[in-house]
Structure formats: structure tokens, C-alpha cells
Design a protein around this ligand. Structure first.
Ligand SMILES: NC(=O)c1ccc[n+]([C@@H]2O[C@H](COP(=O)([O-])OP(=O)(O)OC[C@H]3O[C@@H](n4cnc5c(N)ncnc54)[C@H](OP(=O)(O)O)[C@@H]3O)[C@@H](O)[C@H]2O)c1
Length: 248
């Protein structure tokens, strides 16, 4: 894939992996718009990243999600790539959390990490299809393979994103519509999401660099850093992989 001509919408691009991706894409000559909720963080990202365009959007608002691809296309003069990156992670145990809190947390996580991603793919497809070739890039996680104990709903959403991305890829291939589907599976990355538990974490810039290399090579699944090892271990010994990830 040639990156320099892309017109890219990145969800959750005001920090962490999304902002690192935005910055790396911009350096190739691509045009990039990011969306997130916090206006101050959006403005700070734009101020520190020349050329970056921003959109305010809460992915929990399905009407806003519906409008997002056309808004991005209007700003960029078209849309050739959707990067579904926004995500959230709750760390709680169902064993000792009151049900109303556990349920509210789960609903928010599923909406941000999964429902809005699926909806955005659907709403973006007609916009992406105006170009001869275009791309959907979904960010899941190494935890899509096997869960860790303290973020069970998060891991379930990432497993669903993994499965959905594979199935969506089949549909786009069968439709022969020029839309590629790529999944990005990062390991532990030092971002706001992982504050306070970053032992062994890689940087968001490292993730961005591997993602851009993978996209240039038209890789369908970009396993970043240690996730390459994890994928191999899942084939050799799924029980050992599960044991390692359980309390990671
Ligand atoms: N960090 C890791 O170790 C790691 C590992 C594997 C996979 N991942 C995945 O990588 C992606 C990025 O993670 P990260 O670590 O970079 O996270 P992060 O630093 O916490 O950034 C999350 C981004 O998503 C935005 N966001 C969150 N909820 C949103 C909503 N409802 N509507 C719109 N924007 C929203 C945030 O901005 P606002 O809060 O202003 O909305 C922010 O820009 C996520 O999908 C995550 O699951 C991360």
C-alpha cells in the first residue's frame, strides 16, 4: 500500500497509539484527521503535530458515529482509510464488584471498543468505496488471543474485534470492492491506558513504526513486538500462553 496519498480518519487519535500513528502517517505525506471526546487534548495534539486535523466525537453517541465518515471526508477531500483505534479498559473483578458498576463499565467498554467499531465500518464503507482502493484498520490487542484476569470485558471485546476483522475481510474479498481489512495487535504499550503498569511496555512510536511497515507490505494481521511470539506460542502451547497472559 502506498501511504503518501492516503486520506485517513483515526478514532481516538488525541493520545497514545492513535497520536503516534497520526504523526507517522503525516510524515509520509498522508492527510489525517483524528477524533476524540476531550477538546483540550485534541487541541494539544493539533498544536504539537503540524498538519493534524481534529474532530470532536464521542463514540458512545451512535448518531455522531454515523456522521463521522462524511465529516472526515469533507475535511480531507475524501476518505481512503479508517483506523479504528479508540479504546478503553476497565480493570475490575466481577467477583467483588457490585453488579450495577460491573454492568455500567461493561456496557461502556463494549460500546467504545466493539459496537462503535462495527458501526463505523458500516457507515464508512460507502464513503471508502468512492475510491478505487481503500482500507479499514482495526486495532485489537495480543489479549484477543487469550485473556488477562483483571480486564475480562476488554479482552472479550478485543477477541470479538479479531474475529470480526477476519470475517469482514472475507466479505470485502468476496465483494471484490477494493477495501482491504487489516488488524493491528499491539502488546503492552506505554500510554495513558496502561499508566501505573508499564513494566516491559514498548512505546507508541514503536507501534506506529511497525504498523506503517506492515501496511506498506499489505500485511493482513500486524502483530506488533512480542505479539509475534505470543501468536507462535498459541500454536505450540495454548495453555502455556494462557498461563503467561493470565496475570499480565
Ligand atoms: N496501551 C496498550 O498497552 C494497548 C495494548 C494493546 C492494544 N491497545 C489498543 O490500542 C488502542 C489505543 O490505545 P491507547 O493505549 O493508545 O489508549 P489511550 O492512550 O487511552 O488513548 C485512547 C484514545 O481513545 C479516545 N477515546 C476513548 N474513548 C472514546 C470515545 N468514547 N469516543 C471517542 N474517543 C474516545 C481517547 O480520547 P478521549 O478520552 O478524549 O475521548 C484517546 O484519544 C485501543 O484500542 C487499545 O485497546 C492498547
Amino acid at each position: 500500500m502506498n501511504l503518501s496519498q492516503q486520506k485517513i480518519l483515526i478514532t481516538g487519535g488525541s493520545g497514545g497509539i492513535g497520536l503516534a500513528l497520526a504523526s507517522a502517517f503525516l510524515q509520509t505525506g498522508a492527510r489525517v484527521v483524528i477524533c476524540a471526546r476531550n477538546e483540550q487534548k485534541l487541541q494539544a495534539a493539533a498544536a504539537s503535530t503540524p498538519g493534524l486535523l481534529t474532530l470532536s466525537c464521542d463514540l458512545a453517541d451512535m448518531q455522531a458515529v454515523q456522521a463521522l465518515p462524511e465529516r472526515a471526508s469533507d475535511m480531507l477531500g475524501g476518505l481512503t482509510m479508517l483506523v479504528n483505534n479508540a479504546g478503553m479498559q476497565n480493570n475490575l473483578s466481577f467477583a467483588d464488584t457490585a453488579a450495577p458498576i460491573a454492568v455500567a463499565g461493561a456496557v461502556a467498554e463494549i460500546q467504545t471498543n466493539l459496537t462503535s467499531l462495527i458501526a463505523l465500518c458500516a457507515w464508512a464503507l460507502p464513503v471508502l468505496s468512492r475510491s478505487e482502493s481503500s482500507a479499514i484498520v482495526n486495532v485489537s490487542s495480543g489479549l484477543a488471543f487469550t485473556p488477562k484476569a483483571d480486564a475480562v470485558v476488554y479482552c472479550a471485546t478485543k477477541a470479538a474485534v479479531h474475529n470480526f476483522s477476519q470475517g469482514l475481510r472475507y466479505q470485502m474479498e468476496d465483494a471484490n470492492n477494493g477495501v482491504s481489512v487489516t488488524e493491528v495487535m499491539p502488546p503492552l504499550v506505554a500510554t495513558e491506558m496502561t499508566a501505573g503498569r508499564q513494566d516491559g511496555a514498548i512505546s507508541a512510536d514503536q507501534v506506529a513504526s511497525e504498523v506503517l511497515e506492515g501496511l506498506k507490505r499489505d500485511q493482513q494481521e500486524i502483530r506488533v513486538g512480542k505479539v509475534k511470539l505470543l501468536a507462535a506460542l498459541m500454536r505450540l502451547s495454548p495453555s502455556l500462553a494462557a498461563k503467561i497472559l493470565r496475570n499480565s
